[in-house]
Design a protein around this ligand. Structure first.
Ligand code: HEC
Length: 88
């Protein structure tokens, strides 16, 4: 049926991440800067919210970190969501 492709496209869009919500796949990509020193499962069991505030504190200079981190706030949320999932 010729509408199959259109329906598939609509379903793909419907499954896409709503704007503003943390994106685990994007977080995995953004965390590429961190994997030299960190594994995703370093923070297994940590909540995304606490990771997000921890990373934000590092960026703000409130928490000491080995390396200066520069990330957009979206990247921070995405990395936190990805790491909070643990090893995947
Ligand atoms: C050059 C190695 C290195 C890189 C790259 C690196 N880190 Fe780290 N990170 C460390 C080390 C070492 C520690 C533990 C000691 C410290 O805080 O300096 C740490 C600790 C942390 C902590 C825990 C801080 C705390 O006080 O509990 C977080 C969160 C973190 N890193 C996030 C990140 C993020 C996000 C990135 C990528 C943007 C990143 N790190 C990249 C070396 C690194």
């Amino acid at each position: 049926m010729r509408y199959d492709r259109i329906i598939a496209a609509i379903l793909a869009l419907a499954g896409a991440n709503p704007a503003g919500a943390a994106d685990v796949a994007a977080g995995r990509a953004a965390a590429a800067k961190c994997v030299a020193c960190h594994e995703a499962d370093d923070w297994d069991g940590e909540s995304a919210a606490s990771l997000q505030s921890l990373i934000a504190d590092i960026i703000a200079g409130k928490v000491k970190h080995k390396q200066k981190i520069e990330l957009s706030s979206a990247d921070v949320a995405n990395i936190a969501a990805y790491w909070a999932q643990g090893k995947k």
